[in-house]
Design a protein around this ligand. Structure first.
Ligand code: ADP
Ligand code: MG
Length: 260
């Protein structure tokens, strides 16, 4: 099982879109995939068409009932091998509880240890808040993917996220592979290209040498339903996501070789 955290402390950079696109591409290749929605706003959950009310069973149950099983809480999707674990809006209350209730930081790691074997890949779609849920995801992950918009202000978010990742890596004493995925890139603008270059210069091989284009036809629903769109749909962003997945899997394989 491989565990991915898709995270950035900045909102609107394409985290949920990335989680859906990578998850879907993995499932289409035949892997058993679980997407976990860790954002109380539940964008990923809604992309699957699940309403917020009444609150579904989902991530919160892993914190409330330490013996709950991932597979029982997960929902299947229209895509074969692709399951998801819904977020509830009440996830927002967890942060307060973590102050008084010790041990919540490993709730997701523990849930994976109990039931993760049912999946080849588990992807956490994180909220932009650096809190209990993100700490849980980073503690459990072997690969952190940071989607980063190619605009100057996004570089601060990237640096913040890299510092957080380094901090968590030290405390858990296990290597965390970190990859930076440039997103929402507009190659017609000078700012976009300069920012992409600055990102690559500063962070080297951690940064993909390509970028997910800003594709105005792309929305989260389309990421899931691409096959039902007319053939004329160019799907530029989605084909870029398939290339990104190859790069990410290669990096992962390289790390495992080093460890062996
Ligand atoms: P986050 O999860 O980081 O908040 P989202 O994945 O929800 O970001 O993306 C924010 C918005 O940008 C959404 O409306 C999404 O459909 C759109 N979006 C994401 N990636 C792209 C892209 N490559 N091209 C165009 N729009 C995109
Ligand atoms: Mg999101």
């Amino acid at each position: 099982m491989r565990v991915w955290a898709i995270a950035n402390q900045k909102g609107g950079v394409g985290k949920t879109t990335t989680t859906l696109a990578l998850g879907r591409a993995l499932a289409i290749r035949g892997a058993r995939v679980l997407l976990v929605d860790l954002d109380p706003h539940a964008s990923l959950t809604r992309a699957f068409g699940l309403p917020a009310e009444p609150a579904p069973a989902g991530v919160l149950d892993l914190f409330d009932r330490p013996d709950s099983e991932l597979q029982q809480l997960a929902r299947s999707s229209d895509i074969e091998h692709l399951a998801y674990l819904p977020a509830q809006t009440a996830l927002a209350t967890l942060e307060r509880r973590s102050a008084t209730q010790p041990g919540l930081g490993l709730a997701l790691s523990n849930a994976l240890a109990r039931g993760g074997h049912a999946y080849d890949h588990v992807l956490f779609d994180c909220a932009p808040t650096l809190g209990l849920l993100m700490v849980n995801a980073l503690a459990a992950a072997d690969h952190l993917v940071i989607p980063t918009q190619t605009e100057p202000l996004a570089l601060h978010g990237l640096n913040g996220m890299l510092r957080t990742a380094a901090m968590i890596e030290r405390s858990r004493q296990r290597e965390l592979l970190v990859s930076v995925l440039p997103t929402l890139h507009d190659r017609r603008t000078r700012t976009g290209n300069e920012t992409l270059k600055a990102m690559q210069d500063a962070h080297g091989e951690r940064v993909w040498d390509d970028a997910i284009p800003n594709d105005t036809r792309l929305c989260r629903i389309q990421v899931l339903t691409e096959s039902s769109l007319p053939n004329a749909y160019p799907g530029r962003a989605l084909s870029a996501y398939r290339r990104a997945l190859d790069w990410l899997l290669n990096r992962h394989a390289g790390l495992q070789e080093q460890a062996a």
